[in-house]
Ligand binder design. Structure first.
Ligand code: EPZ
Length: 421
């Protein structure tokens, strides 16, 4: 397994381009199942999860053509195998996002239940409950979700769905199911994440009738069929936030391009509180770090509040900040796995249920640490960039799932990083 070797102590400087968003690309790739005409996608990030999703769609009969490293077209006119097998789903939970579109377009689907994951149990009962409200017959047997449209209807029916909690992929799955349903569907307590809006924009360009995406009430009027379209994936706000934190923690100065601060208000506010100077441009963002950051407390919550996918990175920057801070995780029940690894680098962190008290220390010291999930590995990269000496991060396949060419981008900013194959 690949490892990352980081020689810390260098302030990041310079410019780097941000890639397309993983969490927009994955549902949008699944939207290709909804039409029998080509969907052209650009600004597609080159990530492990994207490759997995493309392979999953191909084995269903979707024609995938790569036109450039970040551009593909998908055509599901030959869709014949509405199955998402366990071997693929176990490597990527987002595979659940084929359920809604397969049911809507093909009338049936067989999708492996995603198991638990390092950060929490992550059940999908809201996805199933919503599809049942639209008239789907759903059984869970032998680890698989078997779903089909009611025989007498042959098509999903519009419904009013209130989810018990805000769920991002739940909202996306139900939105994709509803675009071809008979009548109107209303999703209440919907997720407002920008990635949900990017998916809705893509679906609308395919002929869907959707209003209210980005609010907690989404209306979808079903249509007979969708057509082909072209869509450019939005910039990755979490990748953007991660590089801002890396620059802040190392005392650096960077300009991130092909992105914007548009969807990062909560993150930018906290970095300003920590003492950073931030200048936003139309499609770029600049950060200049202070000599030493001030500790900032954060509480994760659904968008537009502070994102849980930035929690680990802020734990890392608080490790070397002045003062103490409390990190409260309210979305996932087990998302502090990175804390014990950060402590191996000399951090002072005390965990009490879903609160972590971080007290800044003068310096971190390089060591060998292990990545446990995607964002946890990003926090270890940030800590390794700050730490004196060498840090070796094991199991970086987690990192490759969500960060495109991270060592090249960091080297572009002056970091001393190399991948050990
Ligand atoms: C999406 O996951 C993201 N993944 C996650 O990013 C992100 O952390 C999460 O939203 C929250 O922002 C993708 O978009 C592919 P949820 P998702 O359903 O949709 C509970 C990353 O690092 N819940 O919004 O799976 C659930 O257990 C990843 O890029 C149920 O109980 O998250 C959690 O506690 C990690 N039942 C909460 O709701 C359900 O049916 C929110 O989960 C659905 C969710």
């Amino acid at each position: 397994m690949d490892k990352l070797l980081i020689r810390g102590g260098t302030a990041l400087r310079g410019e780097v381009a941000i890639s397309g968003a993983k969490n927009a690309a994955l549902p949008i790739l699944c939207a290709s199942l909804l039409a029998a005409e080509p969907l052209y996608l650009s600004n597609l990030p080159q990530l492990r999860d994207v490759s997995t999703m493309l392979r999953l769609l191909e084995q269903m009969g979707v024609e995938v053509v790569c036109h450039a490293p970040d551009m593909v077209s998908l055509n599901s006119r030959g869709l014949h195998n509405p199955l998402a097998p366990y071997d693929m789903v176990k490597t990527m939970r987002a595979s659940i996002l084929v359920l809604g579109p397969l049911l809507a377009r093909h009338g049936e689907a067989r999708v492996s239940l995603p198991g638990g994951c390092a950060i929490g149990a992550r059940p999908v009962e809201q996805h199933i409950k919503g599809l049942q409200a639209m008239g789907a017959e759903v059984n869970v047997e032998h680890g698989y979700i078997h779903a089909c449209c009611a025989a007498d209807k042959g098509r999903l029916q519009g419904a009013c769905i209130v989810t018990d909690m805000v769920t991002v992929t739940g909202t996306e799955n139900l939105m994709m199911a509803a675009v071809l349903a008979e009548g109107e569907t209303i999703i209440e307590n919907a997720a407002r994440e920008p990635e949900v809006v990017d998916l809705a924009d893509c679906l609308i360009s395919m002929g869907a009738q959707i209003s209210g995406a980005g609010t907690d009430k989404i209306r979808i009027r079903g249509v007979e069929r969708l057509h082909g379209a072209r869509h450019s994936i939005m910039a990755d706000r979490i990748e953007t936030g991660t590089y801002l934190c890396a620059a802040a923690a190392t005392g650096g100065e960077v300009r991130l391009t092909r992105t914007s601060a548009a969807y990062l208000d909560a993150v930018v506010d906290k970095l300003l509180d920590a003492g950073c100077d931030i200048v936003t441009e139309r499609d770029a963002i600049r950060l200049k770090a202070p000599a030493r950051l001030k500790a900032v407390s954060v509480r994760t919550s659904p968008y537009p509040a502070f994102p849980t996918d930035m929690q680990a990175q802020f734990m890392a920057i608080n490790c070397v900040a002045e003062g103490s801070a409390v990190i409260r995780e309210t979305i996932f029940e087990n998302r502090f796995m990175h804390a014990v690894e950060l402590i191996r680098l000399g951090a002072d962190i005390r965990i009490d249920a879903n609160n972590a008290m971080v007290t800044g220390v003068e310096r971190l010291d390089g060591a060998t640490v292990m990545a446990t999930d995607l964002r946890a590995s990003a926090s270890l990269v940030i800590a390794g960039l700050v730490a004196q000496g060498e840090t070796v991060i094991d199991r970086i396949y987690h990192l490759d799932r969500g960060y495109e060419k991270i060592e090249e981008k960091l080297r572009q900013l002056g970091a001393r990083v190399e991948r050990i194959r």
